[in-house]
Design a binder for this molecule. Structure first.
Ligand code: NAD
Ligand code: UPG
Length: 433
């Protein structure tokens, strides 16, 4: 099938590259010319495991094309995936101008049937606004459909999540749209749920909110574990064996960040409010998450007393492992607090340092280091904010030798508590001491 994808961010690029990998012919439209140039040369503007290899495969096979011109994309195929950004507005709602622009410009350019597919995360009933916009801007009566097909991939495992999803959700209003999308996804080995567009849009927001709620729930349990001397990892294991609960997304720690959960939960709360539904449960989920920073900083202070002038090594800046993305990362808030306490920070992250430097340039209080061990040299203690595999495999004896005192405050519960004690560390973690 010929497919057009608009937007070459995490979702658009993954969608385009994966569909091309599956044998489809894909045109990706991206408005930033530098991104298009890079992608044509096989360079990936983001860090996503496996993406560069798959991009070079589909470029070699001639199955993917990149352009800045929407007209080329509209000409190329009848199926247009909208994968542009839906960032947060100051009132918490989703900013839909990028989606509106694609709908408007597509309408002006189309001369034959098109199926516009929302893959971006949008508030419920956005499909109606897209439909109205297309109708308004069409130059002559042309048939078209709007469908919702939310994306559930996670950064860091985007390709696997796209190719092996737990489910595919298709929200359609016409038989024609349903057939096109069912045909496109027919070889995927997972349930395909066909709904109306509003239900499909809601499934995406409800899923993200539920996952964030799971994390906030276990983080409250972690606080209780700290008080009573229980181990939250084992509590999560014990809960997770129950199939009705499941172990996923019960890892306690610094809490959730990223380009999706914070903005999507805000948008969901606002959406519910706008429709007269009091979803204050989710406001509590948010509040618990922002409290994680206080809990972590309290532990750092408990471990080190005064932070003024202390050199602290910090491992992990990305909002989660296997990505260079720092959007709404919990690390940003932790670093801000540590700077306020007048600590001197030695920062290291395997992939996210370039992005972090744009927010926190090197200076008197901040230095970046090329590897995890050099960040420890001259540092009093180590703080862990992201659970990269590289850190899990660290030579802990070397870590101990390099630190001034053997103190680790781990915001992601990476190590076994008893083992750390055996190695001679004072090991502070989240809900396991
Ligand atoms: N990042 C994720 O893991 C993820 C997962 C599932 C869903 N989503 C949702 O998918 C959407 C996209 O997210 P993302 O992280 O890929 O965003 P992103 O900001 O990384 O990428 C969006 C891209 O669209 C481009 N763009 C904007 N307007 C355009 C236009 N008119 N024509 C061509 N290109 C245009 C931008 O330049 C940018 O490169 C959002 O709604 C997000 O909530 C994201
Ligand atoms: O048990 C857990 C799991 C995750 N997190 C944190 O939660 C955040 C989000 O992690 P994750 O969901 O793995 O990454 P995202 O790439 O943000 O993916 C989420 O957001 C995407 C965008 O909507 C959806 O497509 C995905 O299904 C959804 O998992 C990160 O800060 C993690 O550190 C925890 O603290 N504990």
């Amino acid at each position: 099938m010929k497919i057009t994808v608009v937007g070459a961010g995490y979702v658009g690029l993954t969608t385009g590259v994966c569909f091309a990998h599956l044998g489809h012919e894909v045109m990706v439209v991206e408005k930033i010319p530098q991104k298009v140039q890079m992608l044509k040369e096989g360079k990936v503007p983001i860090y996503e495991p496996g993406m560069e290899e798959m991009l070079s495969e589909v470029l070699r096979k001639g199955r993917i094309h990149f352009t800045t011109e929407l007209a080329e994309g509209i000409e190329f195929s009848d199926v247009i995936f909208i994968c542009v950004g839906t960032p947060q507005k100051p009132d918490g709602s989703a900013e839909l101008s990028q989606v509106e622009e694609v709908a408007r410009e597509t309408a002006k350019l189309m001369n034959s049937y098109k199926l516009l597919v929302e893959k971006s995360t949008v508030p419920v009933n956005t499909h109606k606004l897209i439909k109205r916009t297309v109708q308004r801007y069409l130059k002559k009566p042309i048939e078209f459909d709007v469908a919702s097909n939310p994306e559930f991939l996670r950064e860091g495992s985007a390709i696997k999540d796209f190719l092996e999803p737990d489910r595919i959700v298709i929200g359609v209003e016409s038989e024609r749209a349903r057939k096109i999308l069912e045909d496109l996804y027919k070889d995927f080995n997972c349930p395909i749920l066909v709904t109306d567009p509003a239900t499909s849009e809601l499934i995406k927001h409800a899923s993200n909110s539920f996952l964030a709620m799971k994390i906030s729930f276990i983080n409250m349990v972690a606080d209780l574990c700290d008080k009573v001397g229980a181990d939250v990892k084992l509590v999560a294991d014990g809960m997770g064996f129950d199939k009705r609960i499941g172990r996923a997304f019960l890892d306690a720690g610094l809490g959730w960040g990223g380009s999706c959960f914070p903005k999507d939960i805000k948008a969901f709360i606002k959406m519910a409010k706008d429709h007269g539904v009091d979803f204050s449960l989710l406001e509590e989920v948010e509040r618990i998450n922002s409290r994680r920073i206080d809990v972590f900083i309290d532990k750092v202070k408990q471990a080190l007393w005064s932070l003024k002038g202390k050199k602290l090594a910090v491992w992990g800046l990305a909002f989660k492992p296997n990505t260079d993305d720092i959007r709404e990362a919990q690390s940003i808030k932790v670093i801000e607090r540590l700077l306020k306490e007048e600590a001197i920070l030695h920062l290291y992250d395997p992939k996210a340092m370039d992005n972090f430097k744009l927010l926190f340039p090197e200076g008197k209080q901040i230095k970046y280091f090329p590897d995890m061990y050099s960040a420890l040299e001259g540092a009093t203690a180590l703080l862990i904010l992201t659970e990269w595999d590289e850190f899990k495999k660290a030579d802990l004896q070397r870590v101990k030798d390099l630190l001034e005192i053997p103190v680790i405050v781990d915001g992601r519960n990476m190590f076994d508590v008893a083992w750390m004690k055996e190695l001679g560390f004072e090991y502070y973690c989240m809900g396991r001491c």
